[in-house]
Design a protein. Structure first.
Lengths: 80, 302
């Protein structure tokens, strides 16, 4: 295996491990806190829930993409 | 894990894994992956209405991640994506109306099943023929990194581009000097029509149409299709959420896996030439066809 490929793979595995810890924490904190509130919103205020659903999924996408990009830079920077 | 909105008990590991796998497909091929995600959610015990709506919400998030990656690699034509979104939304509405008409006539399942099998098999057969023919020609895969594409269907594409129907527009990001706005809207409308008629994002129709009809290089078609999916899937998510068909908590959990998968898929495109991406695309519509045939024969809905 080429040296560059091995380094990329190692960085990716480390990134996945850190990411898994962060996501697990996220499950327990954010989803448990938001769950009941979103449930109530879905029953009583459908339009607000619909708009919030899009904001939440796009917000999470931007957050996770930025987080993984940051992790890749951090890990690659340290391994070089 | 209990999801109160849909009232379902689903393992978060299962959701993250499904999201991860579909994320790879989406990032690499520019498709939403509904033909896998829908049955996968159904298999986990979610009702069909929630499976469809929740899948659309997850597609929005996954596409945002993949588009950011593709955009960094110069694979997104924003102008084309915005124009196509208008045609897609109009087509999706017409497709949804057609479904309502068939429902009233009482033969919706049979018609949709037959149409989808014909469409899926036709796309796969055509793409297999075209990509194999292109790959057999000398110099076909030279442009893997330059984003210049080569297709055995090129002469037909150029003839379509020569149609002078006002207004003509240019797409510098895609390397197209002039093309009729109506051609773009028609391609998007047909994609939207199938999206409304067969469900999902219909990327399996739109991505090949962008390459073969509009002449967009494959890498750009993948990135731009994903950008367009963000807009049309957001519209679909809102519409389904208002009808009570979206469990956003499930979508958020699925998306944590999809966020990684989509990045892997998007980054992987830079290592493959356009015709190879198109050849690898061939099994995807066939998987959709197999699922539909299975449901027709067994009478079960996955």
């Amino acid at each position: 295996m080429k040296k560059g490929t091995a380094r990329t793979l190692r960085a990716f595995v480390i990134e996945l491990a850190i990411y898994a810890v962060l996501v697990t924490t996220y499950f327990f904190l954010v989803l448990n806190l938001l769950g009941q509130w979103l449930y109530e919103l879905e029953i009583h205020r459908r339009y607000t829930y619909a708009a919030l659903a899009i904001v939440l999924i796009i917000g999470q996408a931007v957050l996770l993409e930025s987080l993984t990009t940051f992790l890749i830079r951090l890990i690659r920077g340290r391994s070089e | 894990m209990f999801f109160p909105i849909s009232g379902a008990h689903i393992s978060p590991i299962y959701l993250v894994t499904v999201g991860f796998l579909i994320g790879i497909l989406g990032g690499f091929f520019g498709v939403g992956g509904s033909f896998i995600a829908g049955p996968a959610l159904r298999l986990a015990g979610l009702d069909w209405n929630f499976a469809v709506g929740t899948d659309l919400a997850h597609i929005v998030g996954k596409s945002v991640v993949a588009v950011r990656r593709h955009r960094a690699m110069g694979n997104v034509d924003l102008r084309l994506g915005l124009i196509m979104a208008m045609g897609t939304i109009a087509g999706a509405e017409v497709g949804a109306q057609a479904i309502q008409m068939l429902k009233r006539a009482g033969n919706v399942n049979l018609v949709v099943s037959i149409v989808s099998i014909v469409v899926y098999i036709s796309i796969s057969s055509f793409m297999m023929w075209e990509s194999r023919k292109t790959l057999s020609q000398r110099g076909a895969i030279k442009g893997a990194k330059s984003k210049k594409d080569h297709s055995a269907f090129g002469p037909v594409t150029r003839a379509i581009q020569r149609l002078k129907i006002w207004p003509m527009i240019s797409l510098p990001a895609s390397g197209i000097r002039a093309i009729s706005l109506w051609t773009i809207l028609l391609v998007a409308f047909v994609g939207g029509l199938f999206s409304g008629f067969l469900g999902g994002g219909a990327g399996y129709i739109r991505m090949p149409s962008m390459v073969y009809v509009l002449g967009i290089p494959t890498h750009l078609a993948v990135g731009t299709d994903l950008f367009e999916i963000i807009i049309s899937a957001s519209y679909g998510t809102f519409s389904h959420a208002v009808k009570g068909n979206v469990d956003i908590l499930i979508a958020l959990v699925m998306h944590t896996g999809a966020a990684i998968g989509a990045q892997i898929g998007a980054i992987s495109t830079q290592y493959f030439a356009g015709p190879k991406i198109r050849l690898a695309f061939v099994p995807l519509p066939l998987i959709g066809a197999v699922i539909v045939i299975y449901t027709m024969i067994s009478g079960h809905k996955l």
